[in-house]
Design a binder for this molecule. Structure first.
Ligand code: FES
Length: 105
């Protein structure tokens, strides 16, 4: 199992367990876990409604890609470790990571 911790928009921390080997993005996992993620573009890195912040995890996850930055730049408030959850594929090295849901206001 890959264990993540999700901090919701009210500050609550909840564990999310993900079976290894599933081919999903973090956005798809969050939606399946019934978090309020609109994902209106369906994971195309266009809408930014899947905005999350990386709180803990391997260093490479803290940096958004150029495609993510193009979209994140349109938001009024981002953090240096802001990411688009649809652009993060679930892999085993994510075990123990902590993400915070952003936006939604
Ligand atoms: S789902 Fe639209 S940017 Fe991620």
């Amino acid at each position: 199992m890959i264990n993540l911790t999700i901090i919701d928009r009210d500050g609550g921390r909840m564990p999310v367990e993900i079976p290894e080997g599933i081919n999903l993005s973090l956005m798809e996992v969050l939606k399946a876990s019934e978090y309020e993620i609109l994902a209106t573009c369906g994971g195309m890195a266009l809408c930014a409604t899947c905005h999350v912040q990386v709180i803990e995890g391997p260093e490479q996850y803290f940096t958004p890609t150029d495609a993510e930055l193009d979209v994140l730049d349109t938001l009024p408030y981002v953090e240096p470790s802001s990411r688009l959850a649809c652009q993060i594929r679930i892999t085993e090295d994510m075990d123990g990571m902590v993400f915070k849901l952003m936006g939604g206001d």
